[in-house]
Structure formats: C-alpha cells, structure tokens
Design a protein around this ligand. Structure first.
Ligand code: TMP
Length: 218
C-alpha cells in the first residue's frame, strides 16, 4: 500500500505551514495515517539553508543575486535529495505525507534571478533520479499585501527573511500562478501531476476544509 504525497505552496505569509499542519490533523482524525514535513527540511542541509535565510550565515554570493541563486538552487536540491529518501520511506508504509513547500518553491523563488527555465534546466541536468511528483499540489493564493500584513502581525516572525521583500513576493506570486496553470513551466515528468489553486483570503478553518476536501477527492 502506497501513501499519498501532498504539497502546499504559496508566497510567504500565505499560510502553507498552518494549513499543512492542520491538514495532517484532519487526516489523522479521519483515521488516515498522515505526517507533516517541510522544505527546507529539518536535515543538515535544510538547517544550513534556514540559517542563510535568517542571515545568520552569510554567503559571498548573496541569495538575491544571480550567482547566489545558482548556489541556493544547488542547496535546495541537495536538501531535497536527502529529504525525498525520507518521504519515499514514509509513503511506502502507506502514510500520507503533507509537505510544506517543495520543488515549485525553487522554480519560483530562485527563478526570480535565474529565470524559471534556467532553474528547471539546472534541476534536471543535475538530477539523475525521478523527481518524485506530488499526487496533489495546492497553491494558497493570496494577494501580496494581505500576506505581508499577516506576516507583520505574526509574533513568531522576528525579522524579515531574505526573500520577504515586496519585489520578490510580487515576482513569486505571479510565477506561482504560472507554474500552477502552465504544464510547460513544470518538470516534464509532472505532466499528469494534479495542481490546484485555493483562495487563501478566507479564514484559516475554511481554507483547511477546502484543502481537506480536495485531498480526499484527488
Ligand atoms: P518558510 O519556512 O516560511 O516556508 O520559508 C522558507 C523560505 O525559503 C521562503 O521564503 C521560500 C524559500 N524557499 C526557496 O527560496 N526555495 C525553495 O526551494 C524552498 C523550499 C523555499
């Protein structure tokens, strides 16, 4: 029995963490074995990435430059190689895995500096394995200004991370919409992978209910 792999994506402040965590709870209440994970992962490369995002570790090539984006793409992919092994092992036991961000994030965030096609090229050339396609990817669609207001009122967010400036968020919001509607903006193996967009302006509980419904239908 193989579990299902569900991914939540969206700009910073769109609620990917809250919704993905609540989704795991709902699935568990349904009696479905489900677990939560995230990218950057909790593994060693993921931890290094988190420190770079918080500006605790400085790179000679800053993440918001072309060279830095190249470096970050390599780091996110290295983290993902390690993480996918963990995800596959969980899926093999029949568990449903809900992941807060995945490859789409690399395509859109690093795409700001390298172009989406440039990122895809880097990923596919440096990736000899199957790019584990999610069974369902959900984009939490939220206007940039609403997401920013949510971020600033969140007491857990202490300082602005490297990609949280308005220019990046506007780029990322548009790029996400493209990736979620245009098959050619995704890896070729993902042609049949299901992608859907959810209105994230609604209260959290309603957004979770809609995503829960979509996951059960998929
Ligand atoms: P988060 O913990 O709020 O999801 O923040 C992670 C940040 O890292 C967010 O700004 C998106 C960014 N990111 C990338 O730039 N590329 C990636 O591949 C991933 C997974 C995240």
């Amino acid at each position: 029995m193989q579990g299902r792999f569900v991914v939540l994506e969206g700009i910073d402040g769109s609620g990917t963490t809250s919704v993905s965590r609540a989704l795991v709870q709902r699935l568990s209440q349904d009696g479905v074995p489900a677990s939560w994970t995230c990218e950057p992962s909790r593994g060693p490369v993921g931890q290094l990435i988190r420190r770079i995002l918080k500006r605790e570790v400085e790179l000679e090539a800053p993440p918001s430059s072309e060279l830095g984006a190249c470096l970050m793409t390599h780091l996110f992919q290295a983290d993902r190689i390690d993480h996918i092994e963990q995800i596959k092992a969980r899926l093999a036991t029949g568990e449903w895995v809900v992941c807060d961000r995945y490859l789409h994030s690399t395509i859109v965030y690093q795409g700001q500096y390298l172009g989406q096609a440039g990122v895809m090229e880097m990923i596919q050339v440096g990736w000899p394995l199957e790019l584990l396609p999610p069974d369902l990817s959900v984009l939490l669609n939220l206007p940039v200004d609403v997401a920013m207001a949510r971020r600033t009122s969140d007491p857990h967010r202490t300082s602005e991370e490297v990609f949280e400036d308005t220019k990046t968020q506007v780029y990322v919001a548009n790029a996400y919409r493209k990736v979620f509607v245009d098959v050619s903006a995704r890896p070729v193996e993902w042609e049949l992978a299901k992608h859907t967009v959810v209105d994230a302006t609604q209260p959290l509980n309603d957004v979770v209910s809609r995503v829960h419904e979509l996951v059960l239908e998929s």
